[in-house]
Design a protein around this ligand. Structure first.
Ligand code: DOR
Ligand code: ZN
Length: 365
């Protein structure tokens, strides 16, 4: 048995308000705990999107009565909410500001680069600013971080050109950090047929699955990656298999087993360059996200893992409401046995033992 600190996932979609048939604060935070995640940051592309005091209150009211793990909620950058200086302490109540600069799920997308600039200038420098920006828009975002001399965190990087540019930017002292998702570490576009099972919508995710060369560049530059994040993006199988399938993979319950299976001589570590240490996991899933997002320590909180348990991942044993996983049937090693959250047993052998409402808003003080 090994003991890890509770994991922090800085990138999770919980779908409440508005689309609770996919996930809600209860099912999503139960999935988090089952996966060893004791704190998560929830994304704002809900229905309605979270972008002002009223909509933030909507999300936090649901969270207060339903969340089982600790959390904070992002605000989204829109065309009409750039005046953050006039918003009293609203920014301080959020996990951070999320800017959607490339195509994705939901209505929160900013095309006008002058609006990007406004958000960069006006969002408080000491609070997290996270960009969904792929490829060339990522280059523009890094330029803005340099111009306005403020930190920016790049969500879910997936490409060789992205990791190499972030590396170069860091070497020159630009305040950029980044995260990588399991799907971009363990899957390439060649895996899409196996994931799809004849339903192409199941392979849809943004950023798209990349090439082997891209995946190898991520593994070859692990030291440039600050955080692991799931981008847990639950959509039901019926939606994934229907017309206009929405992009997104669930990930909260597969993150830790996949990472553990890539540690040292684990089965997923056999491919060239795929090698993690336990220290990498703790750094990128606990220490770094805590620092980058200014998150509090969680006292009496840990995850007990049976490191020698070999088993298969199956969606029908998971808590997420979406009912599927792109890693169905994968053989992994390392199972969460127990999760302690602030002195209480939160999970034991697959059972969630803390009630909805036990979770705390870490920006609530
Ligand atoms: O695949 C994705 N799904 N990428 C995103 O950026 C958003 C997410 C979602 O909300 O479903
Ligand atoms: Zn996302």
């Amino acid at each position: 048995m090994i003991k890890l600190p509770g994991l922090i996932d800085p990138h999770v979609h919980l779908r409440e308000p508005g689309q609770t048939h996919k996930e809600d604060w209860d099912s999503g935070t139960a999935a988090a705990l089952a996966g060893g995640v004791t704190m998560l940051l929830a994304m704002p592309n809900t229905k309605p999107p979270i972008f002002d005091a009223g909509t933030l209150d909507l999300a936090l009211t649901a969270a207060r009565s339903k969340a089982r793990c600790d959390y904070a909620q992002y605000l989204g950058a829109g065309p009409d909410n750039t005046e953050w200086g006039n918003q009293a302490d609203l920014p301080q109540k959020a996990a951070g500001l999320k800017m959607y600069l490339d195509s994705t799920f939901g209505q929160l997308r900013l095309d006008d680069m002058t609006l990007w600039q406004q958000h960069f200038m006006q969002w408080p420098k000491e609070l997290p600013l996270v960009a969904h920006s792929e490829s060339r828009s990522m280059a523009a975002v890094i330029l803005m971080a340099a111009i306005y001399d403020r930190p920016v965190h790049i969500a879910h990087i997936s490409l060789k050109e992205e990791i190499l540019l972030i590396k170069a930017a860091k070497e020159r002292g630009i305040k950029v950090t980044c995260e990588v998702c399991p799907q971009h570490l363990f899957l390439t576009r060649d895996d899409i047929p196996a994931i799809s099972q004849g339903h192409p919508g199941r392979g849809e995710v943004r950023p798209r699955l990349a090439t082997r060369e891209d995946v190898e560049a991520l593994w070859g530059n692990l030291d440039v990656i600050d955080c692991f994040a799931t981008d847990h993006a639950p959509h039901t199988l019926a939606e994934k298999d229907g017309e206009n399938p929405p992009p997104g993979f669930p990930g909260l319950e597969t993150l830790l087993p996949l990472l553990l299976t890539a540690v040292e001589d684990g089965p997923l570590a056999f491919a060239q360059g795929r090698r993690l240490t336990m220290d990498d996991i703790i750094q990128k899933s606990v220490t770094n996200p805590r620092r980058i997002f200014s998150l509090p320590e969680q006292p009496e909180t840990w995850v007990e893992v049976d490191e020698n348990a070999n088993y298969e991942l199956h969606a029908d044993e998971m808590k997420s409401r979406c009912g599927w996983t792109p890693f169905e049937g994968w053989k992994v090693r390392g199972r969460v046995r127990r999760v302690m959250l602030r002195g209480k047993i939160a999970v034991e052998d697959g059972k969630i033992l803390v009630q909805p409402g036990y979770g705390q808003n870490v920006r609530g003080k």
